[in-house]
Design a binder for this molecule. Structure first.
Ligand SMILES: *Cc1c(COP(=O)(O)O)cnc(C)c1O
Length: 366
């Protein structure tokens, strides 16, 4: 058998059968990070102390890998409700990361011709998953200061009648926390679902969870990823029980594996440790912000998340990104996301932040 990946017959058959929208996509590129100071992906930089790791390993020893996971793990869901402050009359659904939950909501709404609307820039998966499921994505540009252009949002909602509006609050990649009053206006104007994505809530301290009682078409996303458990893949969707019952029909029954369930329960038993790490990251974010803001030529965006977006002098983004990489510091270059000369650094440990600042100062002087 010919196992080479490219031959004419395979190409023809792919062209015949794979949806054109999918063929036109490029695969999500994850940058290799071995040996680098990794400040590109909004991960929590702190590992657990050895005694906590020992205790966790002991819990995992009890897990039955030969059994399917509990499809509705009550004890875990109860701890998550408490941890996230989910109102008792709201429903909670778990996903393999919040990415899976975004996909699941979109699958439920995907009728050809329907639209998804979000600010631009916003979390890149909003656009990607819309394309995957055959929904048209409408991006409404943010203002130059990365604030919501509320009049443009309302006009776009009126024009496109989107099935779903997504708002990441704080916004990725800017770190900006949109004004609550603007978010309310979007919710009140939207004809379909509105999803407020609070992935960075541990660093903003803000939530619209109390609004669930007022707006049955509001759903809220949370994740354990950015606060220290990115490897677990556990996202939360909270909302009106009637909406959630519809969505739950298309959730694959065993989407949260046994190791994730056991590890998440264990981690929530150490929520104080996670909260202390988040507090540390918030404080270090301010130090990083002040230090960067003092560097000549940079335009640094205030952030309520665990990362900072900054604009380099015109035409220097690529050079500065490459210069940091040459000094073994990996951050995120947003040129590919339509933001030339914009770079985003994740808050790391104090040592990592100092290494980044030193490398940045050196590259700026080159
Ligand atoms: C990182 C991120 C997510 C993804 O979270 P997972 O739970 O790891 O899938 C969701 N929304 C926003 C805005 C993010 O930045």
């Amino acid at each position: 058998m010919n196992t080479s990946s490219r031959d004419a017959r395979t190409d023809d058959r792919i062209a015949d059968w794979v949806r054109p929208q999918i063929r036109a996509l490029r695969a999500y590129h994850v940058q290799l990070a071995a040996g680098l100071i990794k400040l590109d992906a909004m991960e929590n930089p702190y590992a657990w102390p050895p005694e906590v790791v020992d205790e966790w390993s002991a819990t995992l020893r009890e897990v039955s890998l030969n059994r399917y996971p509990d499809p509705a793990p009550q004890a875990l869901m109860a701890s998550l409700r408490e941890f996230a402050g989910v109102p008792t009359d709201a429903a909670l659904m778990l996903g393999n990361g919040s990415d899976e939950l975004i996909q699941l909501i979109m699958l439920a709404l995907a009728v050809p011709g329907r639209k998804v609307l979000a600010a631009d820039p916003a979390f890149s998966m909003y656009r990607m998953i819309s394309l995957f499921v055959g929904l048209e994505f409408i991006g409404v540009p943010l203002r130059a200061d990365f604030d919501l252009d509320i009049e443009a949002m309302l006009a776009a909602i009126a024009e496109h009648r989107p099935a779903m509006v997504l708002i990441d609050r704080p916004n990725n990649p800017s770190g900006r926390l949109f004004a609550a009053a603007d978010v309310r206006r979007v919710i009140e104007a939207a004809p379909g679902l509105v999803v407020v994505d609070e992935a960075y809530q541990p660093f903003s301290g803000e939530t619209v969870m109390p609004w669930l009682r007022e707006y049955p078409h509001l759903l809220i996303l949370r994740t354990l990823s950015k606060m220290g458990l990115a490897g677990l893949r556990l996202g939360l969707l909270v909302g009106n029980p009637a909406w959630m019952a519809e969505l739950d029909k298309i959730r694959l029954p065993y989407n949260i594996n046994v190791l994730t369930q056991a590890s998440a329960r264990f981690a929530l038993g150490h929520s104080k440790m996670l909260e202390e790490q988040a507090a540390r990251i918030r404080a270090d974010r301010e130090y990083l912000y002040q230090s960067m803001a003092a560097m000549p030529g940079l335009k640094v965006q205030p952030s309520r998340a665990n990362f900072i977006l900054f604009r380099t002098p015109a035409g220097q983004g690529e050079r500065i990104f490459a210069g940091l990489l040459a000094r073994r510091v990996l951050i995120k270059n947003l040129a590919g996301a339509g933001l030339p000369d914009c770079l985003r650094v994740t808050v790391g440990t104090p040592e990592e932040n100092l290494a980044f600042l030193a490398a940045l100062a050196a590259v700026l002087q080159e």
